[in-house]
Design a protein around this ligand. Structure first.
Ligand code: C5P
Length: 417
């Protein structure tokens, strides 16, 4: 994202800027100025402590609106409605956000106007944490950030650097330009950048029958794959979602093909890929399936029981062998030697890039709404911070778009040579 303030356009957007009691509150003045310059209408709500760090007069002058701190105006008793503030805003940006405010947000505490507004806001909420490195690294703060990310609060990661305490580390609020650009990106309508493209997405767990009653499966919820299918469709692509068992709703604009076993998923994915420009293989496909499926319920005996399993076919490898210059994205969920395993899969399955997540990272993996992933392609590894699965999907879609652009440029230069 560009650091250039003129690159951000927030024309006509309404931003509620929440300021909490951190030494970084002085940067809220510049942030407010940047938002106003970018065309936004800004109102400011402050915690009582924030007034000790930056004067309401400064913020009122820059935002061109009176500041809200109390639930009512002590002069005339006029009620400051947190509900109408939340309704008014297109985005509620809390910058700086202290450890204290983040903790209260996570716990649902509502003891000041900034927090009651958070609880009643329906618009996207963005926080820019600012604190000492040990407070930021503390398990409680990290847990609170995970909780907020799961509730789709967007987090502008703090930077590393010199802190007000004199220490050096991570906790310094991101620069106002970075925060303004983040909000700009969030509020910019996604253009139909994938219009005319067709993708296959596999998602969820497969089910391998043992008998009419039992099966082998895994913990995949399908959330990541559904988020990707939804994001590609939002950007205008035609999407066929080949879905194993999940309890999720079909994202709007997506065509879903329901399957149960790895073999059914293989057939559906291979068929859909014939017409596609690319595929994202997010499903947790069984590698083994019972060699024989009993047609009647297996009865228990007194001793041990042995199941013979046979290999399933690898969908990613099959599509990779036949992909030509189409795009293929795989996933790798690893518990150890992550990088080496992911790179091996990238080559073996002929993928363009692989999204690696490790079960060792808190907040990543099955069932949760957040993920912490890295992208691995032939040019190296890019690590992303912890974010919601919706945001991860958006970053994957960005990478797909970059890849398609690069392929197009390469094909153009070949034809003009
Ligand atoms: O080899 P592994 O299963 O770890 O590779 C993971 C990647 O391969 C994922 O993208 C997964 O969806 C895909 N895969 C597949 N068919 C299989 C097994 C895995 O498409 N039978």
């Amino acid at each position: 994202m560009g650091q250039n303030e003129s690159a951000v356009s927030l024309k006509g957007r309404r931003i509620l800027l929440g300021v909490t009691g951190s030494i970084a509150a002085y940067k809220a003045a510049q942030l407010c100025r940047l938002l106003v310059t970018a065309g936004a209408e800004v109102q400011v709500v402050m915690t009582p402590l924030a007034k000790q760090f930056i004067t309401p007069l400064t913020m009122a002058t820059l935002s061109k609106h009176p500041i809200r701190v109390e639930f009512f105006d002590p002069e005339n008793g006029a009620w400051h409605s947190h509900v109408s503030l939340g309704e008014w805003a297109d985005c509620y940006l809390i910058a700086p956000a202290t450890a204290n405010t983040l903790a209260k947000m996570a716990a649902g505490i509502a003891d000041n106007l900034l927090l009651t507004t958070y609880l009643s806001a329906r618009c996207p909420v963005v926080v820019a944490p600012a604190m000492d490195l040990d407070m930021y690294a503390h398990a409680a703060t990290q847990q609170n950030l995970r909780t907020l990310a799961e509730r789709n609060v967007r987090i502008v990661e703090p930077a590393e650097g010199e802190l007000a305490s004199g220490l050096h580390g991570k906790g310094r609020m991101a620069e106002p330009e970075t925060i303004a650009a983040f909000v700009g990106e969030l509020l910019t309508e996604k253009k139909k950048t994938l219009q005319g493209k067709r993708f296959v997405v596999t998602a969820g767990a497969t089910i391998e029958a043992i008998d009419p009653v039992r099966f082998l499966s895994n913990h995949s919820s399908g959330k990541m794959g559904y988020a990707i299918a939804g994001e590609l469709a939002r950007r205008g692509a035609a999407v066929t979602l080949v879905s194993g068992r999940t309890s999720l709703d079909v994202p709007s604009g997506v065509e879903r093909v329901d399957v149960l076993s790895a073999a059914e998923m293989y057939d559906a994915a291979v068929e859909a890929f014939k017409q596609a420009d690319g595929a994202v293989l997010c499903a947790a496909v069984a590698d083994y399936t019972p060699a024989e499926v009993a047609d009647r319920k297996l009865q228990k005996g007194d001793g041990e029981m042995t199941l013979t399993l046979k290999r399933t076919r690898d969908i990613a490898a099959a599509l990779g062998a036949d992909k030509g210059d189409r795009l293929l994205v795989g996933f790798a969920l690893e518990t150890h030697d992550e990088q080496a395993h992911a790179e091996a899969k990238l080559h073996k399955k002929n993928l363009d890039f692989i999204v690696l997540n490790s079960l060792r990272d808190a907040g990543a993996g099955f069932r949760v709404d957040t993920n912490k992933v890295s992208f691995i392609d032939r040019s190296g590894r890019e690590e992303l911070p912890l974010m919601s699965k919706t945001e991860v999907a958006s970053r994957i879609a960005d990478k797909i778009e970059n890849h398609l652009r690069a392929c197009y440029a390469a094909s153009q230069s070949k034809t003009t040579r």
